[in-house]
Design a protein around this ligand. Structure first.
Ligand code: MRU
Length: 357
C-alpha cells in the first residue's frame, strides 16, 4: 500500500520557486514565492528552505532564477553563460555541508557549459532539468521508503533526529519516507523525535509533519535517547544525511553521532536513509566533510531570550560525522547498502537506477 502525504515543500510554478517557509514553524504553515537568484541564496542561508535534498532543488531553481534575470541584460550568449556560471557558484556557496546543493547546481552548470544553442533554449533546458529533478526527488524518496520499510520490525518504535522528512525534500522524505512506507503497512509503528537543539527541527518540523499525516509521534529532548534505549523502548534509529563519504562516514545534524554511539551500545540498528546524490565519492572519509559553523545566537537564545551568562564562549557546529562502523545500513533508492561501504557504495553507483541522473 502506498502512503499519501499532502506535503509539497518546494515547486517551480509560474516562473518562480514556491516553498514552505520553514522559519515560521510551528505557528504558521505559509508559502513564499522566491523570485530572484539573490532571494534564493538568502532563503537557503536563512533556512526558509532546509534539508539536504530540498536545498539541492532550491539550488537548481536558483540557477533558473538567475538565468531569467540575466536574460534582461542584453548579453551575448557567451557573456550570459559566463555570468550564469559565476552566479551558480555563488548559489552553491550558500551552505557548505549538504552536498546535494553542489550536486544539483553542478547538473545545471553542466547544461550551461555544454549548451551551444541560444539564451531562450538554454533557459528552457535549465527549467526542464530543475522540474525533472524535483519530480524525481519524490520518486527516489518513495523507493528509499519501500526498501527501508523491509527492515522495520512489526510495531516498531523508530527514533529519528532532526527532520529528514517531506519538509527536508520535495515531498515524502528520506528517513520519514521509511516511516511513511512502514506505517502504510503497519499502523502500529510509532516515532520518537529528538528535539534537535539548537534549531529544534525535530520539535518544530518533524512533529508537525508527522502529526499532519496522522503518524503517532512522541517528542523527547536530545539527552533522553539513551534513557529510552536502555528501557528497551526504541527498536531502531533512522536518520537522514547531508553528505556521505566513500567509506560510509556520514555527516548529519549535530547530535546524530551521539545517537549512533548510544544505539551501538544498546545493540539497536542505526540506519541512514539518503539518496545517492548525498554520497560524495570524491572524498574518502568524513574528516574531509566541511562542517557549517552557525550563528552563536542559536545557542545563546531561545525565542529571543538569553539562556546563558553574557560573554560565555560559544561554538555552534551545525553537523557532526558518524563513523561508518556505527552504521547498520544506508538505505538508498537502489537498495540498502551494507558494510564494507567502500564496495557497496561503488556497486550502487554502477547499478544506479533509471530515476537517478
Ligand atoms: O540544518 P538543516 O535543517 O538543513 O539540517 C538537516 C539535516 O541534517 C537532515 O537530517 C539532512 O539534511 C537530511 S534531509 C533528508
Amino acid at each position: 500500500m502506498e502512503f499519501k502525504s499532502k506535503i509539497r515543500t518546494i515547486q517551480w510554478i509560474n516562473n518562480v520557486s514556491r516553498m514552505v517557509d520553514q522559519t515560521k514553524f510551528p505557528e504558521e504553515y505559509v508559502y513564499v514565492d522566491i523570485k530572484t537568484g539573490q532571494e534564493m541564496y538568502d532563503a537557503i542561508k536563512t533556512m526558509i528552505v532546509r534539508g539536504a535534498p530540498a536545498i539541492g532543488i532550491a539550488g537548481a531553481h536558483g540557477v533558473v532564477l538567475y538565468a531569467q534575470e540575466l536574460q534582461k541584460e542584453n548579453l551575448s550568449f557567451e557573456e550570459f553563460k559566463t555570468k550564469l556560471l559565476e552566479k551558480s557558484n555563488y548559489l552553491a556557496s550558500s551552505r557548505p555541508t549538504a552536498v546535494n546543493l553542489m550536486w544539483a547546481v553542478e547538473q545545471q552548470k553542466n547544461l550551461i557549459k555544454n549548451s551551444n544553442s541560444d539564451i531562450d533554449a538554454l533557459i528552457n533546458d535549465l527549467t526542464n532539468q530543475a522540474v525533472r529533478m524535483e519530480n524525481e526527488d519524490i520518486e527516489i524518496n518513495k523507493a528509499i521508503g519501500r526498501y527501508g520499510a523491509e527492515v522495520v520490525p512489526k510495531g516498531a518504535t523508530i527514533l529519528t533526529h532532526c527532520n529528514a522528512g517531506a519538509l527536508a525534500t520535495v515531498g515524502y522524505g528520506t528517513a520519514l519516507g521509511v516511516v511513511r512506507s512502514a506505517f502504510a503497512n503497519d499502523n502500529t509503528i510509532q516515532v520518537f523525535a529528538d528535539e534537535t537543539r539548537p534549531r529544534q527541527q525535530g520539535a518544530r518540523i518533524t512533529t508537525l509533519e508527522l502529526t499532519m499525516d496522522g503518524i503517532p509521534t512522541t517528542l523527547i529532548t536530545d539527552g533522553m535517547c539513551s534513557y529510552f534505549m536502555k528501557k528497551g523502548m526504541i527498536d531502531m534509529v533512522v536518520v537522514g544525511a547531508d553528505r556521505i563519504a566513500a567509506n560510509g562516514d556520514t555527516a548529519n545534524k549535530i547530535g546524530t553521532y551521539t545517537v549512533a554511539i548510544a544505539a551501538k551500545y544498546h545493540n539497536i540498528p542505526f540506519y541512514i536513509a539518503a539518496p545517492l546524490s548525498t554520497i560524495d565519492t570524491s572524498i574518502k572519509s568524513g574528516t574531509e566533510i566541511p562542517i557549517e559553523e552557525r550563528s552563536h545566537d542559536e545557542v545563546t537564545h531561545i525565542n529571543g531570550k538569553t539562556i546563558c551568562a553574557e560573554g560565555v564562549n560559544i561554538i555552534n557546529p551545525g553537523f557532526d560525522v558518524t563513523p561508518h562502523e556505527l552504521i547498520t545500513g544506508i538505505i538508498t533508492e537502489v537498495g540498502i547498502l551494507r558494510p564494507d561501504y567502500n564496495s557497496s557504495i561503488q556497486e550502487a553507483f554502477e547499478k544506479k537506477s533509471p530515476i537517478f541522473v
